[in-house]
Design a protein. Structure first.
Length: 294
């Protein structure tokens, strides 16, 4: 929603200012210049990225326009799930806990928190380290180093689409120059035409330079920043899980371990202590609100 609002403000001010100076907006409508610029950018994007990144970039655009970033509800779901699992780890035999870890899709604990269960990477992350805790031979500092390495790898993968969009934005001004040069070549082929015709052709060519810079700094650059911010927020769910499980491995009670995780959440989205206590010790809203958030 904010992207659309920003585009409306940007185009309104830009075109409005151009018209106020006496410019004619219809001159800027040069569809074949846009085809050259955007088509060439799309081609270079396809050349420079594997199919997985191409598909993920499409998903990233959807996330940016839909503003699909974790909310307080998502953090509460993660902490509620971790609290339930830690209680099971403290009070139940190994074989009873393993069934939740090995088959999370069939686990009544995971099913209460559907927003976590739908995030397959996060579910795998939690299950893998709970499995290490069950085994019991892992040292906390070694597990922490392993978590940091995995989180860094996940972050690198999730930001590939951001880098792909950034590369498009970086290349657009140069591609705009290419479109302008092609327009000038066309204008030179009509050098014998009257000045008004030649002036129109040269003006159309210069639209290519304008469009390349506009799409770079006005569209793709800001969208790339939006994608990065959203993906970085998604990684915060892993940090919460990491700190909570490490605190539990160091001997903290489940309700205390959850507080370690809560403190890693940005103040803008961080649930209060009372909200976390209601979600964990008090049983929480569970799946109902999680479904709404998902």
């Amino acid at each position: 929603m904010t992207i659309i609002l920003g585009l409306v403000v940007m185009l309104g001010c830009m075109l409005g200012g151009f018209m106020a100076m006496g410019g004619h907006v219809e001159v800027l409508w040069q569809p074949w210049e846009f085809v050259i610029i955007l088509g060439t950018s799309l081609g270079t994007f396809i050349i420079g990225n594997p199919m997985k990144v191409i598909k993920d970039t499409g998903k990233a655009f959807g996330e940016a326009f839909g503003h699909t970033a974790p909310t307080a509800r998502h953090y509460l779901d993660v902490m509620g799930l971790l609290y339930s699992l830690m209680r099971e780890l403290r009070s139940k035999p190994r074989n009873e806990v393993e069934k939740h870890i090995d088959l999370p899709g069939e686990s009544p604990i995971f099913q209460k928190f559907t927003s976590v269960l739908k995030n397959k990477d996060l579910t795998t992350f939690i299950c893998d380290y709970c499995r290490l805790i069950i085994i019991g031979n892992a040292r906390t500092h070694e597990v922490e180093a392993l978590m940091d390495e995995e989180i860094q790898t996940l972050r690198h993968d999730k930001l590939k689409s951001y880098h792909a969009i950034t590369n498009i934005a970086d290349g657009l001004p140069a591609i705009g120059i290419i479109a302008a040069v092609l327009g000038v070549v066309k204008a030179m082929s009509a050098i014998t035409e009257p000045p008004e015709v030649l002036g129109h052709l040269i003006g159309a060519a210069l639209v290519g330079t304008f469009a390349g810079i506009f799409f770079s700094y006005g569209v793709f650059g800001p969208i790339a920043s939006k994608v990065k911010a959203g993906r970085e927020k998604q990684m915060r769910l892993y940090i919460v899980s990491k700190q909570t499980l490490l605190a539990f491995m160091n001997g903290a009670m489940p309700q205390v371990a959850v507080e370690y995780g809560r403190k890693t959440i940005s103040a803008y989205e961080r649930p209060t202590i009372d909200e976390v206590e209601a979600e964990t010790v008090g049983g929480g809203a569970g799946g109902g609100e999680a479904k709404k958030a998902a």
